[in-house]
Ligand binder design. Sequence first.
Ligand code: SAM
Ligand code: SF4
Length: 349
Amino acid sequence: MRPNKQEIIDMLNTRGEENLKALFARAYEVKKKYVGTKVYFRGLIEISNICSKNCYYCGIRSGNPNFPRYTISMDEALQEAKWALDQRYGSLVIQAGERIDAAWTDFITELVREIKEMSSGKLGITLSLGEQTEETYQKWFDAGAHRYLLRVETTNRELYKKLHPADHSFENRLASLRLLRKVGYQTGTGVMVGLPGQSIEDIADDILFFYDEDVDMLGMGPYIPHQDTPLNHLVDGFDTQEALLLGLKLIAACRIVLKDVNIATTTALHALHPGGREKGLLAGANVLMPNITDPKYREGYQLYEGKPGMDENAVQVVEELQRSIEAIGETVGFDEWGDPKHFFRRQQQ
Ligand code: SAM
Ligand code: SF4
């Protein structure tokens, strides 16, 4: 049965310590029942900050000239993938700005193939490389990628228009999401919350959209402003507490409503609070994407102000993360893909 919109609105409007505790506890019960308390790591490689798009909220948009652009070489990316394999991460996420040229398509195809070969098929691969043609999605799928993340950012068409230049289209994005599913990917989407001009009702509609599109995975998070974007007037006075809370309520509401999907506890939560990702797990998330990109590139991938991990020692980070996850009573699914249960359920229908 389609979830009730008013109930979702009520969850998102939850206020007061006791009520919030009750919401997160309810979401955690649903999580335990449907997906368990194992956290799956996906090593995130931010492979390139070159982007042909100019989304008004994003620090690496094409219209920002204030930092150098990079693309990680095949060898370096393979070394990072090998490192993740050695740390017993089950999967990788390969993310970048959006590029749609043939050289890029071929580079990613080759990279996916080589990672599969190097890891004897052990590393699962999620891609997050924006809108592409069906042919390109198919090529990357055939090379061995089996999950894809493409956030729709907001399902409010009017708001989408305000946050993007005229040639960026919500309908194209939605069509791409459906192509991914047609090709056979485990398909993930998501939105940002706390966007200027976004209402609680809009967010409830986003959650109903996830339900209607029957998505397998969610990667969502609070919007955080960036100085070098057209929305930079929002940097001063940005309320990190409010943003964090809304991000957590979003996770809880999605877990309660969608039950067996994978939900990532995203870097944006970490940016707002040092324990933000653990809070996300306690609100219902079950996937964590440690950033394994060589720290020398991190300066170039500042999507928003205060993005963490500028010079982390990665091995130390894994140990710390494992400890903090065990401290909240969960375990890490080392060497496991941790595919979304929802994907297998919809295969059976
Ligand atoms: N270029 C690809 C795309 O847009 O699908 C993948 C990389 S893009 C950097 C990944 C996500 O970053 C976007 O979907 C967007 O939701 C998020 N993002 C960009 N700017 C952000 C901001 N200021 N605050 C929070 N998230 C942001
Ligand atoms: Fe490019 Fe993605 Fe940023 Fe938009 S959100 S500017 S597509 S990297």
